[in-house]
Write a protein that binds this ligand. Structure first.
Ligand code: SF4
Length: 353
């Protein structure tokens, strides 16, 4: 059963609404130099294609802030400017069309500087995400708790939330990230009780595509399954497109996102007669953008495949030099091994439910 969502306020990022009863939004962050407009746009387009709904770009200098204007003309999804230290870059990002900015008020400086950013965000009617990472906790918090703790992360985040509120700004999203999965989960449980702003969820510095996917799936999955979280970012040391694929898969696995083809495939065993690993990967690529809401099975043998793939709407199972097409557990025809993928493609393109 789909978990009940925590009640939060709603913010608007471009034409995307985050929080409340809105669907959970999948985000990523570009890893190009933002001022390299051509490369950044190309990467964002790949992200859009993969299903990214909001993209964040680093804004480390004036050129990157200015680039936002041109990038935005060439992309479809809202763009978030990620700013550290220099409040003037935050202002420049907003003036150049950022749909939201992410700052850590702790490293922006005096209240006057934060105020200047807030005034600009108000003028352009855009939200601000205040984010705290376990790696950037202030000295007084570390001294109070003796080390990095979930409590400390949340206390630091709430200090920033209160500061923004005192400066009369509540168009906020909040993030509390840690690279330790259990600490990150606890921090989210605590922050969800402490405030009702939409939460941006992720495990920070999660690692490479392999370990990062696992840590993110466990961490984000547990957090979301408690009804906490309104937008997610899977952080990977790798191609950002992988972040989107994983994010969408996490939502689907939790029943928080419907639609699209789900591929189930057997783990292979001594009965496998074909190159199933290659075939399953090809099928996953084949179905990625097909607008069907069905289950496809890819099974290694005709002995158990049809039975084990019974819950799928359609499937293929390999035999010796040939395979079968299965519908709802029943074999409908035999096909040569090298034609299996094409036969499945034809079935899917002519699919009538
Ligand atoms: Fe083994 Fe066949 Fe089951 Fe795949 S479907 S795990 S090949 S028995």
């Amino acid at each position: 059963m789909e978990p009940l969502r925590n009640k939060t306020r709603v913010i608007r990022v471009g034409d995307v609404y985050i929080g409340g009863d809105n669907p959970i939004v999948v985000q990523s962050m570009t890893n190009t130099k933002t001022e390299d407009i051509q490369s950044t746009v190309a990467q964002i387009r790949r992200l859009e294609e993969a299903g990214c709904e909001v993209v964040r770009c680093a804004i480390p200098n004036v050129e990157s802030a200015k680039a936002i204007r041109e990038i935005k003309k060439q992309i479809r999804i809202p763009l978030v400017g990620d700013i550290h230290f220099d409040y003037r870059l935050a202002i420049a990002a907003i003036e150049n069309g950022a749909d939201k900015i992410r700052i850590n008020p702790g490293n922006i400086g005096s209240n006057e500087k934060i105020k200047a950013v807030i005034e600009k965000a108000k003028e352009y009617d855009i939200p601000i995400r205040v984010g705290v990472n376990s790696g950037s906790l202030e000295k007084h918090i570390l001294e109070k708790y003796g080390k990095v703790t979930a409590e400390g992360i949340v206390e630091s985040a709430m200090e920033k939330v209160r500061l923004m509120e005192e400066l009369d700004f509540t168009n906020l999203a909040v993030s509390v990230k840690s690279s330790e999965v259990l600490m990150c989960i606890e921090a989210h449980e605590r922050i969800a009780k402490a405030c009702d702003y939409p939460l941006h969820v992720g495990i920070t510095e999660a690692g490479t595509v392999y370990s990062g996917n696992i840590k993110s799936s466990v961490g984000i999955g547990i957090i979301l399954n408690q009804g906490i979280g309104n937008t997610i970012r899977v952080s990977l040391t790798g191609d950002p497109v992988e972040e989107i694929k994983t994010g969408i898969m996490i939502l689907k696995a939790l029943g928080l996102r419907k639609g699209g083809i789900e591929v189930i495939s057997c783990p292979t065993c001594g009965r496998t007669e074909i190159d199933l690993i290659k075939l399953a990967n090809e099928v996953e690529t084949l179905v990625a953008n097909l607008p069907l809401d069905i289950k496809v099975a890819v099974m290694g043998c005709v002995v158990n495949g049809p039975g084990e793939g019974r819950e799928a709407d359609i499937g293929i199972a390999g035999g010796k030099g040939e395979g079968v097409i299965i519908k709802k557990g029943k074999v409908i025809r035999k096909v040569k091994e090298e034609e299996l993928l094409e036969a499945l493609r034809c079935e899917l393109l002519n699919w009538e439910s």
